[in-house]
Design a protein around this ligand. Structure first.
Ligand code: PMP
Ligand code: GLN
Length: 384
């Protein structure tokens, strides 16, 4: 393994899912639903396979049906207009969108300011692109993790090329507010920065939280690459259908990198996801309501089991503090948890450069059936 990648080893998700498989513990580690997405969309994939749509290389930018559906979704949900032919690119999941964006837009030595804790592929992809990551730590404050805008401003230097954002945020569940996004947009314009914004949990926001795409702020459309994914929105994480929306120059740049990563992917599934994006908004409402109920169940259960709980405003993860249980090392805690309680979780420290800042936090996923969450809660209560 070369020096750029040496520090990354095996992803925590693979490690923890393997631990779950080995021990038979309930897997609340890796974030994937245990219920597949809508039957009619699975049928749409079968139809595409059977009818020979997408069984051979689809077009490089993605099939026109899906690009049109992505653009229509952005217009309908957020009033953002993107030309399906020049401003939408289909990728092999959000993961490839992140990699291709960073590989296309960074020069070696460029600094990337990213919110810490960050989703694990950000650090690895910045490294592969030869960039330098500059973390801005979200700080625990009154039950949520908050961005300090002054810290963000201070992190930007003359070498900063881009901001890498994620809202709703994995693993903390923070959803950036209108005012925070407006301040970030102002900073990006003032310092002439590009922004890559990972909005794969756009439909998973709860209570009064609202997802507002960064691209909708003044001056942002021309400097923002927005990333979406069908894995999270439609519960098909195995299909690996993602996309970006951006102005033509940025889409062309990202496409240049994408061509040499996967060229194309997911032929028949692209047609199926085009149909999914055309589902009425009631689909999103029902999905969100289902996940909200699961969040409430798991958050209350974790509180009852003695954890400190950061109730997420978005995503399908709850970050907890294990110090009230008399523990302080999330890694050790997660490695021992299958044995002690028959549950798998993820130590947030892996998402930090400042490992000590993340040490006492542990993430649990609640995108699981109610009966599974109830059993996990019963088991976790034995810890207290
Ligand atoms: N970004 C974030 C914040 C994620 O949590 C994930 C994983 N679900 C991804 C990107 C990767 O998405 P995909 O499965 O579409 O590659
Ligand atoms: N995004 C998922 C999570 O945060 C995992 C995806 C993966 O395993 N790469 O759990």
């Amino acid at each position: 393994l070369n020096r750029r990648l040496a520090e990354f080893g095996t992803t925590i998700f693979a490690e923890m899912s393997a631990l779950a498989a080995r021990t038979g513990a309930i897997n609340l580690g890796q974030g994937f639903p245990d219920t597949d997405g809508p039957e009619e969309i699975r049928e749409a994939a079968v139809r595409a396979l059977r009818d020979g749509r997408g069984n051979q290389y689809p077009p490089g930018p993605g099939v026109p049906e899906l690009r049109t559906a992505v653009a229509a979704h952005q217009e309908r949900r957020y009033g953002l207009s993107f030309d399906p032919d020049t401003e939408v690119l289909v990728t092999a999941g959000a993961t490839e969108a992140i990699a291709a964006s960073l590989l296309a837009l960074l020069e070696p030595g460029d600094e990337v300011v990213a919110l810490e804790p960050y989703y694990d592929s950000y650090a690895a992809c910045i490294a592969m692109a030869g960039g330098t990551r500059v973390p801005v730590t979200l700080r625990p404050h009154e039950g949520t993790f908050r961005l300090d805008l002054d810290e963000l401003r201070d992190a930007v230097t003359d070498r900063t090329r881009l901001l890498l954002l994620n809202t709703p945020h994995n693993p903390t569940g923070t959803v950036l507010t209108h005012d925070e996004l407006a301040a970030i947009a102002e900073l990006a314009v003032e310092r002439d920065l590009l922004v890559v914004t990972d909005e794969v949990y756009e439909h998973l926001v709860f209570d009064t939280a609202e997802h507002i795409p960064l691209a909708s702020f003044p001056g942002m459309r021309e400097r923002t690459v927005t990333i979406g994914s069908a894995g999270k929105t439609y519960s098909f994480t195995g299909w690996k259908v993602g996309w970006i929306t951006a102005v033509p120059a940025l889409v062309t740049a990202v496409r240049s990198a994408k061509q040499y990563l996967t060229y194309v992917a997911s032929g028949p599934f692209q047609y199926a996801i085009a149909e999914a994006l055309a589902l009425p908004d009631s689909y999103f409402d029902a999905y969100r309501e289902d996940m909200r109920a699961k969040r409430d169940l798991l958050a209350a259960g974790l509180e009852g089991a003695g954890f400190g709980v950061y109730r997420p405003a978005g995503t399908y993860f709850v970050t907890t503090d294990i110090r009230p249980l008399g523990e302080s090392d999330g890694f050790a805690f997660c490695r021992g948890l299958p044995e002690r309680a028959g549950v798998v979780a993820v130590p947030n420290a892996v998402f930090y450069d400042h490992r000590e800042a993340g040490a006492p936090f542990v993430r649990f996923a609640f995108c699981k059936r109610t009966s599974v969450l109830e059993e996990a809660v019963r088991r976790l209560k034995t810890l207290a």
